[in-house]
Design a protein around this ligand. Structure first.
Ligand code: C2E
Ligand code: CA
Ligand code: CA
Ligand code: CA
Length: 278
């Protein structure tokens, strides 16, 4: 029997095994680099269409691989989530975001908010709510300037845990945005139970907004937001035509390459100053 197993093993498992090994190697590297403080938090500006001002930014993780090369969060975040490492990384992200808020306040940009992405394993940790509140207090930042971005899939996974946690954070003053809205198209029933402030229209609906009939979903999401009193932000705006389309639909804020790509903290101040002057 042993021999047969061995044969099977050689016959059809190498590819899968290689993949698993590769993922484990990557996870080990991520753990090591995180411990060595090598992860970076970048920021992508968010603009208000009415005032044409930068009103905040989304914090996005970057993992430097080789000089000038980064491993995509779309690859390493799932690994970090699966292994639970995201709980520690998420806490680090929160601290960096609060540090950044502190620096913005010191530079007279004290009304800009920072949005941070939050994953399911973070909500499952019983320390999540108290440690968010403790971090905000420790850095003495205005809780209203911190926004948590949660996706529909997070809500659907454990609605009760997520709603409870968000309600506690909300009563402390922290803002909540629902990210990638419309992608899961199943959370409409939870929408009213969630203590939300903002809906993010996913890039998938923004990129098709200028196509024949392609704006229907974006338009529906934006008007839904209006009807239930939530602010809307369109993400992934890349062209003037897309900007005009979401603006005509009544979207309040935008984020995308048309305005700025995510940038390191060190470049952010310069960007904000240049934006004010130009
Ligand atoms: P997301 O939350 O949907 O973030 C928006 C993604 O769209 C970012 O990708 C951003 O760089 C990209 N983006 C923004 N504007 C444009 C545009 O105009 N065109 C195009 N093509 N892309 C645009 P990024 O930085 O690669 O992040 C990918 C995902 O990784 C994020 O998607 C988020 O789900 C996750 N992620 C990133 N940072 C964190 C974090 O700190 N914690 C957690 N839990 N997840 C994170
Ligand atoms: Ca996000
Ligand atoms: Ca998003
Ligand atoms: Ca997205």
């Amino acid at each position: 029997a042993k021999k047969t197993l061995g044969v099977h093993h050689q016959y059809y498992e190498p590819a899968m095994e290689e993949e698993v090994t590769e993922r484990l190697t990557m996870l080990r590297m991520l753990r090591a680099d995180f411990a060595l403080d090598k992860l970076e938090l970048w920021f992508q500006p968010q603009l208000c269409l009415k005032s044409q001002a930068v009103v905040g930014m989304e914090a996005l993780l970057r993992w430097p691989h080789q000089p000038g090369r980064y491993i995509s969060p779309a690859i390493f975040i799932p690994l970090a989530e699966y292994s639970g490492l995201i709980v520690d990384i998420g806490q680090w992200v929160l601290e960096q975001a609060c540090k950044q808020l502190q620096q913005l306040a010191a530079a007279n940009c004290g009304s800009l908010r920072i949005a941070v992405n939050v994953s399911m394993p973070q909500f499952r940790s019983p320390h999540f709510v108290p440690s968010v509140i403790d971090t905000v207090k420790r850095y003495q930042v205005n809780p209203q300037l911190l926004e948590l971005e949660i996706t529909e899939s997070v809500v659907m996974d454990e609605p009760k845990i997520v709603i409870d946690a968000l309600q506690q954070l909300k009563s402390f003053g922290i803002k909540v945005a629902i990210d990638d809205f419309g992608i899961g198209f199943s959370s409409l029933s939870y929408l009213q139970q969630l203590p939300l402030d903002r809906i993010k229209v996913d890039r998938a609906f923004v990129s098709t907004v200028t196509n024949e009939g392609g704006g229907l979903i974006a338009e529906t999401i934006i008007s839904l937001g209006k009807r239930i009193g939530l602010s809307t932000i369109a993400e992934g705006v890349e062209t003037k035509e897309q900007l005009q389309a979401v603006m005509a639909m009544g979207c309040e804020e935008v984020q995308g390459y048309l305005f700025a790509k995510p940038m390191p903290a060190a470049d952010l101040m310069q960007y904000l100053l240049a934006y004010q002057d130009g």
